[in-house]
Design a binder for this molecule. Sequence first.
Ligand code: TXA
Ligand code: MG
Length: 328
Amino acid sequence: MAASILSVLTEHERALREGVARLSEGLPVAIPTETVYGLAADATRGEAVTRIYETKGRPQFNPLICHMADLEMAERYAIFDPLSIQLAQAFWPGPLTLVLPLKPECDIHPLATAGLDTVGIRVPKGFARELIRALGRPLAAPSANTSGKVSPTSAQHVAEDLGEKLSLILDGGAAPVGVESTIIRVEDGRVRLLRPGGIAVEKIEALLARPVERGLGASPAIEAPGMLASHYAPGASVRLNAKEAEAGEALIRFGGKPVEGSEQAAAVFDLSPSGDLAEAAANLFGLLKLADACGAQRIAVAPIPQHGLGEAINDRLMRAAAPRPEEN
Ligand code: TXA
Ligand code: MG
């Protein structure tokens, strides 16, 4: 079976109808979101959620983000504190996920939350949100890639990785943000960053007029989102903060800055020739895949600034460069 690909731009109504039909049958559907493509299923149905884990090869102890149509819908499933409400009002729809206490009587299936008493909720932009509205139920959706691999930012990426395992891929073009959502948890008035992502931490700090705590502190293991070491891993190994390129490496630059030894590189890419971190985030996963595809054994990446979206970019690069499970 190969997935059919439907454009949400040119065949909008049909894409909505087909999407709702497959989701109602309990099947997972690949959908565009502003961050990365998601592998979506009805979050209230155990067999549908199971198919997400199976399709990705993802361990079932790693909970999924539940996507909602709006704050009102989210309030049916989770208990909001005042700071989380403020964040939701400022950044939804958009690339922000809030981890909140789950309402015990709600019908999100425990497989979606991995049995936790919290739930990660996000309201996505655009077509994904219309689809949730049309279905009338929350969509559990991790990134639409095989577990541990680079996240997809185009329908083509999804088709190459999971096309044989899916029946429908909805194509919304290139994902504009390009990295996953920022994950925040508010507890006792403290605001903790669980994963840097598409909303810069500085924006959250400015809105709430308080610092966001980084690092996992005394949190349970499950709060290490995106997991610990290797994740977002291309086939080639990854070398960070490269000041020069070595022979045969694929080189990824930033900001148009020349890198010594470029002439010996197998290929040279630039995340953003103008040095724009939002553009670099949007290009990150696609360029990692391209660099990987050019056959080099190693990908060298020049230093990327750590502010704004640079924090999310560096987080994903560090995971891509981390030792692989089979190597350690
Ligand atoms: O932008 C995104 O967030 C994308 C798009 C598709 O929406 N989704 C995404 O999902 O990145 P995924 O499954 O690849 O990452 C979700 C992360 C996981 O690392 C998981 O550990 C964390 O969210 N998470 C989900 N629910 C949680 C919870 N209740 N407590 C702590 N972490 C949670
Ligand atoms: Mg993922």
